[in-house]
Design a protein around this ligand. Structure first.
Ligand SMILES: [Zn+2]
Length: 686
């Protein structure tokens, strides 16, 4: 649970009483004195107000709960810098060229022939691939995506069902749920007029299903919340009453994600339940909050937060925002060496994006960024041409041996473009969806910088004026963000800047003039003022080197600085073992020692952990060589901490005594490290 400082709490309490917090002494307008009178206001709020609806962008339609934050149409946000780099690498890498590799995207696919089978793989890929095209404004990708979607349109039957006929035979709606997301994006990006009637007919089909045939079993039952979101999406555009009835039925027929996500009862049933599958958890955990929009019962939001806490306290005692589920969460397997599936990373990021829009609360953005910056990059090779199934906070060998204590046997951590069927397709939507959520419209006709990355947004604010805001930053590797506002005329609107939980204190300067007060973490700083063309805002953070102690895991420690967690830099030996010359598969083996404990005082880590190097992020900053932020720390080898097979041994309980000499070690951002020790034993004696 996020905790506000007492001062922030007092401020928030005063705000809930309807007071506006004015920073004294602030408000002198930029430009020529006396040109016009402007007032400036800044406040700290937990979430944007949701009393009204944004007048420019489709928001929740009554009786659904009002939306504090609203997605902008795809294409409104243009990524820049390192984020654009990821998307361009995707275009030239696995996602952009997957039809060369995947047998599920070849001529025999049921999504092409409209005969026989055709399950989740094609739509998993298309969901990310098409959005990649819209975000990059790439005509080639957009045209190819349209060909696939044209086939889906063509497949619609008299009663509204669509897709390969085997899915109908199996009463399986799951693969279609993914296509629904693709169609929503198509509509948002291009306004394709076929989408609304197509979805309406499909939901009429779903509504006509007898209860027993609506989400009867299996993945679709566990993942019904995806379908639910699409029903709300359409309802907000058409207002047809049957959709809310269908939504209620879908939620009732979806597996129960309100119950405690980890419990003795589920521990006993885990082999058969599907509730312990990592990917299902990352999706299902948000569904009560999705239904909250209709129930308007606060308990549905509280249950999600309760379950997030339960999950992370049992299996998420590790840096990087993920939890150990090397297929399923498993009792007794909470060590940071247990991996998280790549699918679960992109799905968890998406759940946080959805929760951010539903609640407006910044903690969901913090959680999304934590995965995006620390876990997702290491799931792929730096050229984004290969990936692996499992990534762990402590992962000392990405080999193909299978000598790892994971639930599944076989190759799971080597990097291979030809393998890992679901992740190979599903990884595609991670970065494009992240880019689509950097900026959100607020209910009070302003804009929120919700997730931070270099970008530019063009959007309507206030009464309809179109503004363009550029966001220049090296974040998450840099400590400040520069916003420049472009507007054809002076316009007054609220600009919400997220102050992440880790920030402690932050500072804002407008047109070079610092605000006198520091802002406290965990909420938004809202600047409501008359904005002029060329106005500049700088948001500065002052991240400290911090230690998180994992008490449940032998008092092991992890180091963070701002949004980044840090890993021991382990020399990587890359060995090609398969694939083709164009699409090779690699093992990465450790070429330097990994079994270090850190020598530090968790209460004052800055005495032994130092910032040792910084550089501007390259197009691909997530490599060991390109790491834009480097720390040095004091450490000792721990000879008793040995590999088990190719896996690091379970982390020893600390403080650990070591007779080895103290050494200086290099720490790099976890997202830059494919071989990693990011949870360390604490060495005794300091
Ligand atoms: Zn997967």
């Amino acid at each position: 649970m996020r905790s506000f400082s007492p001062a922030a709490n007092r401020l928030l309490q005063s705000l809930t009483l309807g007071l506006i917090f004015l920073i004294p002494g602030f408000g002198a307008p930029p430009g020529q004195a006396g040109e016009k009178t402007m007032t400036s206001e800044i406040a700290l709020v937990k979430s944007p107000p949701a009393a009204s609806s944004n007048r420019h962008y489709v928001s929740n339609r009554p009786p659904l709960a009002p939306s504090p934050l609203v997605k902008l149409p795809i294409g409104s946000i243009r990524p820049r810098g390192w984020l654009l780099g990821q998307l361009q690498l995707m275009r030239n890498g696995l996602t952009g060229r997957l039809p060369e590799l995947s047998r599920f995207l070849k001529e025999g696919s049921g999504w092409i022939t409209l005969k026989g089978p055709g399950w989740e793989e094609m739509p998993y890929w298309l969901k990310g691939y098409a959005d990649l095209g819209y975000v990059l404004r790439d005509p080639g990708i957009i045209a190819t995506a349209k060909k696939w979607l044209d086939l889906a349109f063509r497949s619609q039957q008299e009663d509204g069902f669509f897709g390969p006929p085997d899915n109908r035979k199996n009463r399986d709606l799951w693969p279609n749920m993914l296509v629904l997301s693709c169609l929503q994006s198509l509509y948002e990006a291009t306004g394709d007029e076929r989408v609304i009637p197509f979805l309406t007919r499909y939901f009429q089909f779903e509504h006509s299903l007898p209860e027993a045939d609506l989400l009867p079993e299996s993945w679709q039952k566990l993942r019904g919340g995806e379908n639910l979101e699409s029903v709300y999406w359409l309802y907000n555009r058409t207002g047809e009453a049957f959709l809310l009835d269908l939504a209620r039925r879908i939620y009732q027929r979806t597996a129960d994600w309100e119950a405690d996500i980890v419990s003795p009862q589920r521990d006993r049933a885990r082999e058969i339940s599907g509730f312990y599958h990592g990917v299902n958890i990352t999706m299902g955990i948000r569904y009560p909050a999705v239904y909250y929009q209709q129930s308007r019962d606060r308990k549905h939001l509280d249950l999600v937060e309760k379950n997030y806490g339960l999950l992370m306290s049992h299996y998420g005692q590790q840096p990087g925002g993920m939890f150990g589920a090397d297929e399923n969460i498993r009792t007794g397997y909470g060590d940071p060496r247990q991996g998280a599936e790549t699918c679960s990373m992109v799905e968890f990021m998406h759940s946080h994006e959805q929760l951010l829009k539903i609640t407006g609360e910044t903690r969901h953005a913090d959680r999304c960024e934590e995965i995006a910056f620390n876990s997702l990059p290491a799931a792929m090779t730096p050229d984004l041409r290969a990936l692996h199934y499992l990534t762990a906070a402590n992962l000392i060998s990405c080999d193909r041996s299978g000598e790892h204590d994971f639930q599944n046997d076989g190759t799971l951590v080597s990097y291979d473009p030809w393998s890992y069927r679901c992740c190979q397709h599903n990884v595609a939507f991670g970065w494009p969806y992240f880019a689509e959520h950097l900026w959100l419209a607020t209910a009070d006709n302003g804009l929120a910088a919700a997730l931070y990355a270099p970008s530019e947004v063009t959007a309507k604010v206030a009464g309809g004026a179109e503004v363009r805001i550029s966001e220049e930053t090296a974040y998450p590797f840099g400590d400040y963000i520069d916003f420049t506002i472009r507007t054809p005329a002076v316009v007054r609107f609220p600009l919400y800047l997220r102050i992440p939980d880790w920030a402690g204190e932050a500072e804002i300067a407008i047109d070079g003039k610092k605000l006198p007060d520091k802002l406290l973490a965990g909420g938004y700083a809202v600047i409501s003022r008359d904005w002029e063309n060329g106005d500049r805002v700088r948001l500065s953070f002052f991240p400290k080197i911090a230690v998180r102690t994992w008490e449940k895991l032998g008092n092991s420690v992890s180091i963070r600085r701002g949004p980044l967690w840090f890993s021991l830099k382990i020399e990587e030996e890359w060995k090609r073992y398969g694939g083709t010359d164009t699409w090779p598969a690699f093992e990465i083996l450790p070429a330097s020692p990994w079994n270090y404990g850190l020598v530090l005082d968790p209460k004052s880590p800055e005495a032994t952990v130092m910032l040792a190097g910084r550089k501007q992020p390259a197009e691909q900053p997530f490599t060991a060589e390109a790491a834009p932020v480097i720390l040095k720390a004091r450490a000792k080898r721990l000879p008793s901490w040995k590999a088990e097979g190719r896996m690091a041994g379970r982390i020893p309980s600390g403080p650990v005594v070591s007779a080895e000499p103290e050494e200086e070690v290099t720490l790099i951002p976890m997202g830059c490290a494919r071989l990693r020790i990011a949870s360390f034993p604490l060495v005794a004696g300091k």
